[in-house]
Design a protein around this ligand. Structure first.
Ligand code: ZN
Ligand code: ZN
Ligand code: FE
Length: 761
């Protein structure tokens, strides 16, 4: 046994190591090993000094790297040998200078295993307590009002801890050491059941009573972590229909909550990665392939081969799920793309007439935060909506630079604040089309700037002059930059992959304002964050009737057909439609605009093939068209073509669409048409990529835009590109849809400030 003071070493740890239980972890580790020394927070992480026998310190060093708390993320560790010190024990020191300012606010974290055990343990003092939490779990981001991250500045400020909770909070060896939302039935928030009018219902156990109502087919408004959900028994067809009717949501799929993985695997295919995602601390909704209906109402996710599934992530959800029907519809309580409802007062007025009962509680939600949504594609988990559980954890950039705010797109809005090498993305704000969304956007930008103590040097907004975010940006007294939509998509993909580029970018989506004032959406850009060349685009096609046409894909199909088949053969999709007036519009050219959109092409083909002439939400026809292919793009394709015009390649929509129309005339099935259409696009993109590669010498291809949420197109195309030798960059940390746009905008903003920005030509 070594005697004397032993060796002393200093470890400086950077990364996400504050507010995630890292200091208690190190304390327990060091005390357990009999080491002396201290740990304290610093501006960018923690500083640890330990003293003891060499082997013990080696053991400490190894376990420091491998056994950290679930939410910690170590980026770097420096390790220095020091002369021995004088301590008699190991202590948690006061924070060093600057520590307050850099402290990262953790995201909201799903119920941990330890708390779950206590929750269902009749001997535990928190048995069936819906607000149980600890250092490893519980609400964080959604309860923070302002800095510093301390209980008085959270929505827990109204709850004084009882002596038992207080003891846990101050004991470094306790799992609840410095857990800000620590609470128990004696001192903490309580759940409350109210009837349809908002009157309190007196029941001994609000959660059990709410579960009983769900068994009866009632619609329950349920206050969660980042806002309210509407819940209903997913197996009760009448109840699900009633929810659709009352919410005015015709067909958009509902997400569901199931109690455990075992239940999930009965209804859905489940890979190791998907199981891991469902049970992760972030607990997103994961879009899973359905095995069969499993007795669920067909109204849950009509026309969709995937089901959005999540596990109970708060103790309230876990309790409810244990007593309620096996599968619950859980849909955000909001109105047609407005932000999620989060306030008790608001919920009674806004959801009256929808909910039969309200399961609420008295812990305020300071930040609205929707559930996150992810999907596994090509063996990787991809964000579709990066929100609760992820925000405000940064996306790590390769390079630092000035503070820039990217305001995001109009649909599925998020914004991004760049600070050093951290890209801080906001939660999902929603579609920027109403006053509520703008308010949510304003509050959240203000809040994140406060949390991270930054003010942007530059605000980047979309090139579209009419967007709400553009108008908002104009009102700020900060220099501005307008950035083209698809350029931002490209830069976003490069940034999350920590790549400089240049790359060949296949940017495929529904709508983005082009530098020529037309609507783009099927673009091949070659470039990087500094600028890009519009190397190719889809052949422009007419849309008659603006916004209406987008919700009525049969109008798109008619316009496309007229363009490629002027003889206008009569096809079944025209039956019963007011074809004449639309043709007249197209003829006169009034209310007609041209677009190179890829999303609209999907819609038009879906309508042409007789699948769907009208939609009730964006992407509906495209999703159903993909679904119709039955998981394969087959081998046959329609002929495609490329034509060079004014120095730019046009990807000829007319040859594909014309051939598809011919197939409909020949009586080909929707399944065959869908397969051939997908295969044609893959062939077309391979061809244009080859041309772009030849012209530029590049072998790296970046894929971005909402169309890449199409699993069939994405997996087939990415696979083929790799097979012929390209390096493929795609999204996983941020969405490929417009939810990831703000990251690209902000990165382009830094290029502008550095004097490198050229734009799109
Ligand atoms: Zn816990
Ligand atoms: Zn207590
Ligand atoms: Fe887009």
């Amino acid at each position: 046994m070594e005697s004397g003071p032993g060796k002393r070493r200093r470890f400086e740890v950077n990364g996400i190591v504050q507010g995630v239980g890292f200091r208690p972890f190190v304390y327990r580790l060091a005390v357990g090993l009999g080491l002396k020394g201290f740990i304290r927070n610093t501006a960018s992480g923690v500083l640890i000094e330990v003293q003891g026998p060499t082997e013990t310190i080696d053991d400490f060093s190894m376990r420091l790297r491998t056994e950290g708390p679930p939410l910690s993320r170590i980026e770097t560790i420096s390790d220095t040998v020091l002369p021995p010190g004088e301590e008699q024990d190991f202590s948690i020191g006061a924070s060093g200078p600057g520590a307050e300012i850099e402290t990262l606010i953790p995201p909201d974290i799903a119920l941990c295993g330890d708390c779950r055990r206590e929750l269902f343990d009749p001997t535990d003092r928190r048995y069936r307590y819906p607000f149980i939490n600890c250092t490893n779990c519980g609400p964080r981001y959604t309860i923070v009002g302002r800095l510093p991250y301390d209980r008085p500045f959270t929505s827990m400020h109204g709850f004084a801890m009882c002596p038992a909770c207080e003891r846990e909070y101050h004991d470094p060896l306790d799992r609840r050491f410095h857990a800000q939302p620590n609470a128990c039935p004696v001192c903490g928030p309580a759940a409350l059941l109210c009837d349809a009018t908002g009157e309190k219902v007196n029941v001994p156990d609000a959660v059990a009573a709410a579960a009983a109502m769900l068994h009866e087919g009632k619609i329950l408004a349920l206050k969660g972590v980042g806002g309210f959900h509407l819940a209903v028994d997913a197996a009760n067809d009448a109840a699900v229909r009633r929810l659709r009717e009352r919410k005015g949501r015709e067909a958009k799929p509902f997400a569901v909550m199931m109690g455990d993985l075992e239940t999930v695997s009965k209804l859905c295919e489940l890979s190791a990665l998907e199981s891991e995602a469902l049970t992760s601390p972030e607990a997103p909704i994961v879009l899973l392939r359905r095995k069969d209906t499993g007795g669920l109402s067909p109204e849950v996710a009509p026309g969709n081969d995937r089901l959005g599934v999540m596990l109970p992530y708060s103790p309230l959800h876990a309790l409810l799920s244990a007593d309620a029907p096996e599968v619950l519809v859980m849909t955000s309580a909001n109105f047609s793309e407005e932000p999620i409802v989060s306030d008790n007062g608001e919920v009674f007025s806004r959801l009256s007439g929808i909910a039969d009962a309200f399961l609420v509680h008295d812990r305020p939600i300071y930040r609205k935060c929707d559930d996150s949504v992810a999907v596994e594609l090509s063996g990787k988990l991809r964000q579709i909506r990066r929100s609760r559980g992820f925000v405000p954890v940064p996306v790590f950039l390769r390079d630092g630079g000035p503070v820039v705010l990217g305001t995001g797109g109009e649909l599925k809005n998020t914004f991004a604040l760049l600070k050093g090498t951290h890209a801080l993305l906001s939660q999902h704000i929603g579609d920027m089309k109403n006053y509520e969304a703008l308010k949510h956007f304003e509050h959240t930008t203000e809040h994140l700037q406060h949390l991270f103590q930054v003010r942007p040097e530059l605000i980047v907004h979309d090139l579209h002059p009419g967007h709400m975010t553009t108008r908002w940006a104009m009102e700020q007294e900060v220099p501005l930059l307008a950035v083209q939509h698809h350029h931002a998509h490209l830069a976003s993909c490069l940034a999350e992959n920590r790549e400089d580029g240049p790359a060949i970018g296949l940017m495929l989506d529904g709508t983005g304002y082009g530098t020529d004032g037309t609507i783009w959406g099927g673009e091949v850009l070659i470039g990087d964050e500094n600028g890009a060349e519009r190397f190719a685009c889809f052949e422009p096609m007419p849309i008659a009737g603006g916004e209406t046409a987008i919700m009525q894909p049969w109008r798109l199909a008619l316009g496309y057909l007229r363009r490629c088949r002027p003889d206008l053969p009569s096809l079944p999709f025209m039956d019963g439609r007011p074809v004449g007036p639309v043709l007249e519009l197209l003829q006169r050219g009034t209310h007609v605009y041209e677009t190179s959109s890829c999303g609209r092409l999907f819609d038009a083909v879906a309508a042409l093939s007789g699948l769907r002439g009208e939609i009730s939400f964006e992407g509906q026809a495209a999703i159903e068209l993909m679904h119709a292919a039955g998981g394969s793009a087959g081998t046959e394709a329609f002929p495609h073509g490329l034509r060079k015009e004014n120095g730019r390649w046009l990807m000829l929509v007319s040859s594909i669409f014309g051939a598809a129309a011919e197939s409909v005339l020949l009586g080909m099935t929707v399944r065959e048409i869908s397969r051939m259409f997908h295969r044609s696009l893959v062939n077309l993109f391979l061809d244009i990529t080859a041309k772009a590669s030849e012209a530029s010498g590049l072998k790296t291809v970046a894929l971005s835009g909402g169309v890449f949420q199409n699993a069939l197109l994405f997996e087939t195309l990415a696979g083929e590109l790799e097979r012929v030798g390209y390096r493929v960059l795609s999204h996983s940390l941020v969405p490929s849809n417009d939810g990831g746009l703000s990251l690209g905008q902000a990165v382009i903003g830094r290029s502008f400030l550095a004097g490198r920005y050229i734009g799109v030509c």
